[in-house]
Write a protein of this length. Structure first.
Length: 581
């Protein structure tokens, strides 16, 4: 019982002067309970509850059954956060599920106790029922917690394949904006819940903001906002005390109650009937704080029952806010990294253009082998800068594709013309499987899909086996019912199974990534996956370490484009167009 700090009990009886009631009252007082007695008059009960901060209500069975049932309904409706017990003075008068409508509809939140002669055994039974009742009351918040969790599940839009591939498919800035809206929605729902359930007149909810270095107001009810954003200042001494002590605070008539400590006197505040201040603690960190106040003199003071219930709810919310803030911090880091890459790219692009122009001016005036080396490295550096720019654009949400009607056959022909001479020079057989396609012209971004195929062929060249004599790269296009299936196969060094899940992450290189360092940034496959996602397509890689690697690309051929976006069925639209003609 000491852990709950519940002490104020109201006994409601038909005749408050009966001997049994006095005996119960005297014995309860021996166990340091504050006992108050009331008749069944509702005005008297209400006054007793308000004046004495009643936490536990015992309804005695000497009240006739019909009136007792009506009284229970009124109590549950007007004082939902009390602990209720039905005390039977005799077995004949105890509540019965056969006749009580509240019991039949499972609306009765009472625990039932038959008073015997041994008051000590009654108190032990009372302790057990008190704990069980408090658990029942606390669990009534489960539906609200479930709803809040459903709101937070929206963060999976940031990681659509969160449980399979931990890759970000939304820009960092969009993710930050989305999380801020989720935090705001959760906060407003939580404040609304506190207002309704605890009849609060004033609520303020603050969450710690690392950028501000202070706790910032995220939701409120009847709170005066003087500045944007509203922060906790030094003048708010009570909230500063809670933050420093990391303990919840209950204020009743100017007295602070810590369940673990003795009472501390504070300056009396006549405008506040009662107040509760609860910190959101995760580990040793206070990530937020909520202040709930009752200002109306017509309302009762907060009880320890309500105090404990609010703490239970805040404990759940602490973990939810902690998860959201952690994701937001990760996205802010990604945005910072993307911005940094963008700045570096801008600084590199200008000198590269000057260097390229200089080499063109010196063409034919310097040894041919040196000129080839310069051009090759300029081209390589230009490709790296372009990859970094694409990565930065993806992070910022400015990465665009231009969907137009293009020929798959023409794309394959361009790939062959570009790589055949290069592979012949490197001594790598270029095997081609480019059949006649039934559906050749489909909607896609030719430049971007060509970039994907080039990434795959470049990887095959980069990770070809130096020891193998018969090296080959096979480029094939297959037509399926709904997709064009592009495959790039090689007999290079392969990829270990444990690394297959990582290769589509940024700055990770394919191949034997643990032992060999190859030229490149490791962004090619990450960008390729983003391109295929924008086309509603797929990309994946199969490999057997030390033997072969197959890269697969599925490009939808049944698509529709509206304002440059894929959003339907291209073939069906063509049929409709013909019918209209």
């Amino acid at each position: 019982m000491r852990g709950y700090m519940f002490r104020n009990i109201l006994l409601i009886s038909k005749n408050p002067k009966i001997k049994q009631l006095k005996n119960v009252s005297v014995n309860l007082k021996k166990y340091k309970f504050n006992v108050y007695i009331s008749s069944e008059d509702k005005n008297e009960i209400k006054k007793q509850i308000y004046d004495n901060t009643i936490e536990i209500v015992w309804v005695l069975s000497d009240i006739p059954f019909c009136r007792r049932q009506s009284l229970c309904q009124w109590l549950y409706k007007n004082f939902p956060n009390k602990l209720y017990f039905s005390v039977a003075l005799s077995l004949q008068d105890s509540c019965n599920i056969q006749i009580c409508k509240l019991l039949q509809r499972n609306e009765c939140r009472s625990s039932f106790l038959v008073c015997g002669r041994n008051i000590k055994a009654v108190i032990e039974r009372f302790k057990f029922l008190l704990k069980r009742s408090f658990t029942t009351l606390a669990s009534s918040f489960n539906n609200n917690i479930d709803y809040i969790l459903k709101l937070t599940v929206r963060f999976r839009t940031l990681f659509p394949l969160f449980y399979k591939t931990p890759s970000v498919y939304i820009s960092s800035q969009e993710g930050i904006n989305l999380l801020e809206s989720i935090i705001s929605e959760v906060s407003n729902y939580f404040v609304g819940l506190l207002k309704r359930r605890f009849l609060a007149d004033k609520i303020s909810l603050f969450i710690y903001d690392h950028n501000e270095g202070n706790y910032v107001l995220v939701a409120q009810h009847s709170y005066e906002i003087t500045e944007e954003p509203t922060k906790i200042s030094r003048s708010w001494k009570l909230m500063q005390k809670v933050l420093a002590a990391k303990k919840s605070m209950l204020i009743q008539d100017g007295v602070i109650h810590y369940p673990e400590l003795s009472k501390l006197k504070v300056k009396f505040q006549p405008k506040i009937v009662s107040s509760i201040i609860v910190p959101f603690i995760v580990g040793e960190e206070v990530i937020g704080i909520v202040n709930i106040a009752r200002l109306s003199p017509k309302k009762e003071k907060f009880t320890f029952v309500e105090f404990n219930l609010i703490k239970v709810l805040c404990r759940w919310l602490s973990y939810i806010y902690s998860a959201l803030i952690s994701i937001e911090s990760a996205l802010e880091y990604e945005k910072l990294k993307s911005d940094f890459v963008s700045i570096i790219n801008h600084e590199l692009r200008t000198p590269l253009m000057s260097l390229s122009a200089s080499v063109e001016l010196l063409e034919g005036k310097i040894p041919q082998n040196i000129e080839e080396i310069l051009k090759r490295n300029i081209k390589r550096l230009d490709g790296l800068i372009e990859e970094m720019l694409d990565f930065s654009r993806i992070g910022k949400g400015t990465f665009k594709i231009e969907i137009k009607e293009n020929s798959i056959a023409e794309l394959g022909k361009e790939i062959v013309e570009e790589y055949k001479p290069q592979l012949d020079k490197l001594g790598i057989r270029f095997i081609l499987d480019l059949p006649q396609l039934t559906t050749d012209r489909i909607y896609f971004d030719k430049t971007k899909i060509k970039q994907v195929i080039e990434n795959l062929i470049n990887n095959a060249i980069k990770y070809s086996s130096e020891e193998r004599k018969d090296k080959y790269i096979k480029f094939s296009i297959q037509e399926e019912e709904k997709y064009i299936h592009i495959i790039v196969e090689d007999n290079g060094i392969g990829i270990e199974k444990k690394n297959l899940k990582q290769i589509f992450l940024p700055f990770v290189q394919v191949g034997d990534i643990m032992n060999k360092s190859k030229p490149g940034l490791g962004l090619g496959l990450y960008i390729s996956k983003e391109i295929l996602n924008r086309h509603k397509g797929k990309i994946w890689i199969e490999s057997e370490y030390g033997k072969w690697t197959k890269a697969h690309v599925l490009l939808p051929k049944i698509i529709n484009v509206s304002n440059g976006k894929i959003n339907g069925n291209f073939v069906e639209e063509k049929k409709l167009q013909k019918e209209n003609k």
